[in-house]
Design a protein around this ligand. Structure first.
Ligand SMILES: [Zn+2]
Length: 162
């Protein structure tokens, strides 16, 4: 950890202490600190990489909001429904383990939000841990159908969609 943001500004110790506590929690969740970019934590998986960034941003200096910025980078072959599921699973772990995080203001512009039902009534609240989106589980019968869309083929066919 370094007592500076990514622009070289000094972080007051009262705030830095909070970052150190958050770093401990991140390590419990198997995040590692980058060697080259201190205060940037990441977790590599088979599908890509999750990031928890405490270096601050242009818009939000880290002393204004000490919560790490959560973002992701998936391998190109990972379909969006699966990306959504993996993000959802990860966020729910953060919440369960009381590890602070925030997401970017423009997170909804991310390509994972290009799904059929998003504009019309889906609800996603990262901080609240609510993910009413298309994650490959059927909204009717909960089958793990592993594809885009809200419903599995059987439910679509039998047309018993509520
Ligand atoms: Zn179904």
């Amino acid at each position: 950890m370094i007592q500076q943001d990514k622009f070289g500004n000094q972080i007051y110790y009262s705030k830095f202490k909070i970052l150190i506590e958050t770093a401990k929690k991140l390590q419990e969740l198997n995040y590692k600190e980058s060697f080259k970019k201190q205060n940037l934590f990441f977790k590599k998986t088979g599908e890509g990489c999750m990031f928890a960034d405490m270096r601050g941003t242009d818009e939000v200096p880290i002393w204004e909001d000490t919560d790490p910025l959560f973002y992701w980078l998936f391998n190109e072959d990972i379909p969006y429904w699966k990306q959504r599921r993996l993000i959802e699973e990860e966020i729910k772990i953060f919440i369960k383990r009381k590890c602070p995080f925030r997401v970017s203001f423009d997170v909804h512009d991310n390509p994972i939000f290009n799904f059929e039902n998003y504009e019309s009534g889906s609800f996603v609240d990262f901080e609240g841990g609510e993910f009413d989106w298309e994650n490959g589980f059927c909204k009717k019968c909960q089958k793990d159908f592993q594809d885009e869309g809200s419903f599995c083929a059987e439910c679509l066919k039998s047309n018993n969609i509520v």
